[in-house]
Design a protein around this ligand. Structure first.
Ligand code: SF4
Length: 229
């Protein structure tokens, strides 16, 4: 007899298969050309859209070229350079301090382990996972952002709300070979169809597998999302 775990595994597998068909080429949308740029872009992307970050980094990456340059610029000047992203003052401080630590402890190179990365100021497990996956080709976990959280909950894959716990569950439910793409597939579907305020269930390839579908349901996702609590 199948267990609850088996049925959740089946649900994720089916969801992923369909999303792979829908978004075959999806990948990270932040722009970068080396590991330091990746790290900085991911720090800037917290609570901010990738589109806005890409706009800011187009100039930023022209102006600064190394950990030394970020560590040596004044807080005021870097904050000014970042002033169109959310929390730009804090992020400027994180970037300057993280770059100083990269110089002091890692010879100016972005480290390649989870513990060294999460030791850097402003770097949590989510940021570290992105840097490991896209900067070092190391897949050690699943990046759980707001889209991954929303979709896994709506699709009945998890009931958890802490990203770290959702990550652990997804690592149990899916093979490691899916960990990296899972994030990009859910982000693509979250942006294109299953938005926070107005999910387009009519036009969703997951509709018949989704316990939160607005079709045949009294649930009104637009007037408050019960899965976002
Ligand atoms: S059916 Fe609706 S709530 Fe479910 S995944 Fe699709 S868009 Fe989201």
């Amino acid at each position: 007899m199948g267990t609850a775990l088996d049925s959740r595994k089946q649900q994720v597998a089916e969801v992923l298969e369909r999303l792979h068909e829908e978004y075959p080429d999806t990948t990270i949308s932040l722009r970068f050309s080396n590991r330091l740029e990746l790290l900085i872009a991911v720090i800037l992307s917290a609570q901010c859209t990738d589109q806005r970050v890409n706009k800011v980094t187009a100039d930023l990456f022209e102006k600064y070229d190394s950990a030394e340059e970020y560590a040596n610029v004044s807080q005021e000047e870097l904050a000014e350079d970042l002033n169109s992203v959310t929390y730009y003052n804090n992020k400027a401080e994180y970037i300057r301090n993280a770059c100083q630590q990269i110089i002091d402890e890692h010879d100016g190179e972005v480290p390649d382990t989870m513990s060294e990365l999460t030791d850097l100021p402003g770097v949590g497990r989510k940021t570290a996972n992105v840097v490991l996956q896209h900067g070092h080709d190391i897949v050690e976990g699943v990046v759980v952002d707001t889209h991954v959280k929303r979709l896994t909950r709506r699709l009945g894959i998890t009931k958890e709300s802490r990203p770290e716990t959702i990550e652990q569950e997804l690592m149990e439910l899916t093979p490691q070979s899916e960990w990296q793409q899972l994030t990009h597939l859910f982000i693509s579907h979250g942006r294109a169809v299953c938005s926070a305020r107005n999910p387009d269930c009519d036009d969703c390839v997951l509709e018949d597998r989704c316990p939160s579908s607005k079709e045949d349901s009294e649930v009104d996702l637009a007037s408050g999302d019960p899965w976002e609590k």
